[in-house]
Design a protein around this ligand. Structure first.
Ligand code: F0G
Length: 465
């Protein structure tokens, strides 16, 4: 939590001209005075960095429910009393993989990928959902709700089931991958499909949440951000408290980049890391309002009051980040500026190829997550990242979230979106550069050996190849 001179955690408006403060248990999502985003601030932590490190290290060997969670293990950073009943699925605890083939593809000596898709419902959303649903129960909410491109919905549905809460999710019909939809149905949520895009769903759900019996858990909710920020602590611990030079992640509604920015800043303030990694955010070309804003910011003299122009009809096959009007852009811009990061966008072809390369590392991810490796490749090419730098890419969702996309890519049948205003790629075929289609074989040993003989493992040129 951002530390202030107060005895209690509180909610505070992020707008520099407002900074209004509210009680931790007031059910608000934006500042009632100026509509600004809210963040949680808390009393200074009295414990020193060395003690926190050894406390968190010791908890890795504990079987206590809180310690088994990769979020609640870092509870000194969270705005909850110790005695609170938590709703956890042992989230977090995600691996930091070495990804040598992806490194070669990006022209890096080394690349690590933190796979948030290894969370219980297969995406990073779980780390924020455990705290948001815990807060929902503290507030006595009967129903929790969100708008979603699929993963927030699946995650909320699972945690609502654990907490015995009614769950309403609003999704754009026909634009959510089947895996994610299936999860939400199985976890028992009311799945409400609308014939509009995610941004419209977000608008409607915010209206719905004006009713106090409904608790909104999109990432505009600052308790989501609190859980998600602990990923910075888990990552830093996995790097033996040496912050990497760069951390790269996809950007959609921009809650995750806001959370990682807050997380790293708090670790730095506590003396747990001695520098901030550059935080870079990557979007898809057809859904890149934040990258467009950043490009303006870079070209013109940075203004005091930048404003984001929404993309009206966002388009990308990476449906998780098909978002034109991200709610948390001000927080995310703060994180990028504070850490000297960049915001960029990549094409559908770059996303698809990067995804296949991540697969060849034996790791895999869903399409939106692959923007990271596509973005890292670009950042190395343009000299923002040096070949020798330490780089961590955040993979946000599991490979099985969107199986149709993968099958189409490997059979050379993947087409970028058909219509809409986004980008120049509408309706074009994605080349299966690293395609690996299934092969029909006769059911005999000789035929199988023949096919195996011609099956090549692709090589990627780069340092160490
Ligand atoms: N990657 C995946 C797999 C996602 O599901 C999302 C967002 C993002 C990246 C972008 O993260 O919004 O914090 O910038 N999915 C949301 C959802 C919008 O409804 O599941 P963000």
């Amino acid at each position: 939590m951002t530390a202030v001179d107060t005895d209690l955690a509180l909610q505070r408006c992020i707008e520099p001209n407002c900074r209004a403060q509210y009680g931790i248990n007031e059910q608000i999502y934006v500042c009632p005075q100026c509509d600004g985003l809210l963040e949680i601030v808390a009393p200074k932590i009295a414990t020193d960095a060395a003690t926190l490190r050894s406390l968190w290290q010791a908890r890795l060997a504990s079987l206590d429910q809180r310690d088994l969670s990769g979020v609640w293990r870092y509870r000194e950073l969270l705005p909850f009393a110790d005695e609170v009943t938590i709703f956890s699925l042992a989230e977090g605890n995600t691996p930091l993989y070495d990804a040598p083939r992806s490194a070669q593809y990006c022209n890096l000596k080394q690349l690590k990928l933190k796979h948030q898709g290894c969370n219980p419902t297969g995406s990073f959303k779980d780390t924020g959902m455990t705290t948001a649903v815990t807060q929902a129960r503290i507030l006595g909410a009967g129903t929790v709700a969100c708008a979603s491109t699929g993963n927030t919905a699946a995650s909320l549905a699972a945690y609502a089931a654990r907490a015995n809460l009614k769950c309403a999710i609003l999704v754009p019909r026909g634009q959510v991958s089947l895996g994610k939809l299936a999860q939400s149905l199985d976890y028992g949520a009311a799945v409400l499909e609308i014939d509009r895009n995610f941004d419209e769903a977000m608008r409607v759900i915010r209206e719905l949440a004006e009713d106090k019996s409904i608790y909104l858990v999109n990432s505009i909710n600052p308790f989501r951000i609190e859980g998600q920020k602990t990923v910075a602590a888990e990552l830093a611990q996995q790097c033996t408290w040496q912050a990497p030079d760069h951390v790269v992640m996809p950007g959609g509604n921009l809650g995750n980049s806001s959370a990682l920015g807050k997380g790293f800043q708090e670790l730095f303030d506590l003396g747990l890391i001695d520098r901030l990694p550059h935080l870079h955010v990557v979007q898809a070309d057809g859904a890149a309002p934040f990258a467009q804003l950043y490009a303006q910011y870079e070209q013109e003299i940075p203004t005091q009051n930048p404003s984001l122009t929404p993309v009206k009809n966002p388009e990308t096959l990476a449906t998780a980040i098909k978002i034109g009007d991200p709610v948390s852009w001000k927080k995310a811009l703060g994180a990028v500026k504070q850490t000297g990061g960049r915001v960029l966008s990549v094409s559908e072809q770059e996303i698809a190829d990067a995804k296949a390369v991540i697969g060849r590392d034996g790791i895999g991810c869903e399409p939106a997550s692959a923007t990271t490796v596509a973005g890292i490749k670009r950042l190395v090419k343009s000299g923002v990242i040096d070949t020798n730098d330490t780089v961590v890419g955040i993979l946000t969702g599991h490979l099985l979230k969107d199986a149709n996309y993968i099958i189409d890519y490997h059979q050379n049948k993947l087409h970028s979106y058909e219509s809409g205003s986004g980008g120049s790629e509408a309706g074009t075929r994605i080349t299966g550069t690293f395609s690996n289609p299934p092969k029909q074989v006769k059911a005999d040993k000789g035929s199988i050996l023949e096919v195996l003989e011609s099956h090549k493992v692709p090589r990627f040129e780069g340092p160490g190849s």
